[in-house]
Every structure is written in C-alpha cells, then in structure tokens.
Design a protein around this ligand. Structure first.
Ligand SMILES: Cc1cc2nc3c(=O)[nH]c(=O)nc-3n(C[C@H](O)[C@H](O)[C@H](O)COP(=O)(O)OP(=O)(O)OC[C@H]3O[C@@H](n4cnc5c(N)ncnc54)[C@H](O)[C@@H]3O)c2cc1C
Ligand code: FES
Length: 258
C-alpha cells in the first residue's frame, strides 16, 4: 500500500474552487501527471485538510480532464465534514492527491451510447460523454441543475428531468428513456434506486449497461476491504472492492439489493 501511495501520490495546485449550484462545488486542480494518466470514470483520493481530522481521504470522481492545460476538474456535493473542508481550498493551495484510481469506463468505438446520470452522479459521466461521438445524455436532478451547457456541447441529444419540474420534464430521469433499445451501451451513475431501474430497463431490451458505484472507502487502493460489494461472476456471488475492481462494473454483475 505504501508503494502504491508513493507512485500515485501527487501534489496538485488549486486553480479555482467555486460553487456551481446549491451545495455543489467544482474544483479545478493543476496536476499534469494526473491529467495525462486519467481516463473517464476514474477517481482521486483526496486529503481534504491540512491537519489530521478527518483522517481518511475522500474519494471524488474525475469530471473533466484538460490534458493541454495539465489540469483536472472535480464536482463535489457537500455532504459532511470532509466535503465541507474541501470548500475551504483556495486558489494557489497545494492539495495532496492519490490517483488516478479505479478502472474507469470502457469505451467501445462505433457503438450507439447514452449516459444516464442522477444528481451528483452526473459529474463522472461528463468526460465520458465528451469522449464518445454522438453520445446522448439523460440527466435527472432534484431541482437545481448544473453542467447543462457542457453536456449540451458534448452530446447529440440532451434530455433533462427535474423532480419539481423547474427544468425539463417533471419526474425521474428513468421516465425519459423511452426507446432504450436504440442504444448498444448505457453508462449510468447516480442514486442506487435509479441505477437499479436503468439496469432493469437495459436487461429487458438486452442493452449492455455499465454502472459506476459509490461505497464508503478507507484506503482507496484495495488494502482494507471497507468498500466491498456483492458481485456476480458466472453463477456465483462474491465480494469485490469498489476502489480497485471498480468503481465501474457491468450492471448484470451488481446486486443492488445487497
Ligand atoms: C468512487 C467514488 C467516487 C465518488 N465521486 C464523487 C463525486 O464525483 N462527487 C461527489 O460529490 N461525491 C462523490 N463520491 C462520494 C463522496 O466520496 C462522499 O460524499 C464523501 O466521501 C462524503 O464525505 P464527507 O466527509 O463529506 O461526509 P461524511 O461525514 O463522511 O458522511 C456523511 C454521510 O454520507 C454518507 N456517505 C459518505 N460517503 C459515502 C459514500 N461514498 N457513499 C454513500 N454514502 C456515503 C455517510 O454514511 C454519512 O451518513 C464518490 C464516492 C466514491 C466511492
Ligand atoms: S477502500 Fe480499502 S479496499 Fe477499497
């Protein structure tokens, strides 16, 4: 684990850290090594403060990779102590990062793809959508939206649902996906009930589906088992580590009722 940390531990420079909607921030970090090596769907394990509390790093997905400028951007929702600490990062601060971690999304050229994101799950899908030509996006929010402009620029079709109906259709994002069989592959990230529904829709229409999971994490590099989740391989279920074996899995492997 120490060896892994040594090769993957970096110091990034905060270029910007701004609120983009209620309780949601975007942090832009200069770190050429990470920008060069990252792929969509991977995550960073971030030391969120200068002291020791909270002790554990926090996992945040890479949202955009700007290789030319040597920077990456992350979008994070303020949930508890760790993410609250992150809002205190200022331009010019050094930030201690381990990454890029995890396996990321597989991209299949020539396939008809769509991303389905809910809430903060929209963040990790943005770089992916911009890497796939003719990708469609289905995005669901509770009320306030974010990153619609970038999704519009990256995608062929953009479908939006909000629970209060303030933008796009009123309801859940899964209500928007009518003809899922026009896609070869769906990539999804968001609340578990949403991903479960997307998985079921894909299964009914024999569409390949990849999900990006979030579990509480300890080490982030496969050493502590905090992030274990139930995964099916063939006919047998066993546990895999979301940090090292994921966070992206084929939907059919994942037990959302675990
Ligand atoms: C691979 C991965 C990628 C992620 N990407 C993003 C991202 O791009 N943007 C983003 O905003 N968040 C992301 N998260 C979630 C983020 O890591 C947590 O919200 C964060 O660690 C919470 O820390 P905290 O100290 O603010 O809250 P805490 O005080 O640690 O927790 C507050 C509450 O949230 C719950 N909680 C904390 N972490 C998680 C978790 N991982 N899953 C479910 N419940 C949790 C706790 O049980 C507790 O009830 C990701 C998580 C993983 C595993
Ligand atoms: S967080 Fe330690 S094994 Fe995944």
């Amino acid at each position: 684990m120490v060896g892994v940390e040594k090769t993957m531990q970096h110091v990034g420079k905060v270029l910007q850290n701004i609120g983009i909607c209620e309780n949601v921030y975007e942090i832009l970090i200069e770190c050429p090594k990470i920008a060069e090596e990252s792929k969509p769907g991977q995550f960073l394990h971030i030391k969120v403060n200068k002291g020791i509390d909270p002790l554990l790093r926090r996992p945040i997905s890479i949202s955009r990779i700007n290789r030319d400028e040597g920077s990456i951007s992350l979008i994070y929702q303020v949930i508890g102590k760790g993410t609250k600490e992150m809002t205190g990062f200022r331009q010019g601060d050094d930030i201690d990062i381990i990454g890029p971690l995890g396996n990321g999304f597989s991209i299949f050229t020539g396939s008809k793809c769509a991303v389905v994101g809910g809430g903060i799950g929209i963040a990790p899908l943005l770089e992916l959508a911009s890497c796939i030509s003719d990708c469609d996006a289905y995005l669901g929010f509770k009320c306030s939206t974010f990153k619609l402009g970038e999704y519009k620029a990256a995608c062929r079709e953009l479908h939006i649902a909000t629970e209060d109906g303030s933008v796009g259709s009123m309801g859940y994002v899964t209500d928007l996906i009518k003809n899922i069989n026009r896609y070869d592959i769906i990539y999804t990230c968001g609340p578990k009930p949403m991903m479960k529904k997307v998985k079921e829709l894909c299964e009914k229409s024999s569409v390949k589906c990849f999900v990006s999971l979030e579990e509480r994490m300890g080490c982030g590099v496969g050493a502590c088992l905090v992030c274990a989740c139930r995964i099916k391989e063939g006919d047998t279920w066993h546990y895999k580590k979301v940090c090292a074996d994921g966070p992206v899995f084929e939907a059919g492997e994942v037990d959302f009722d675990d």
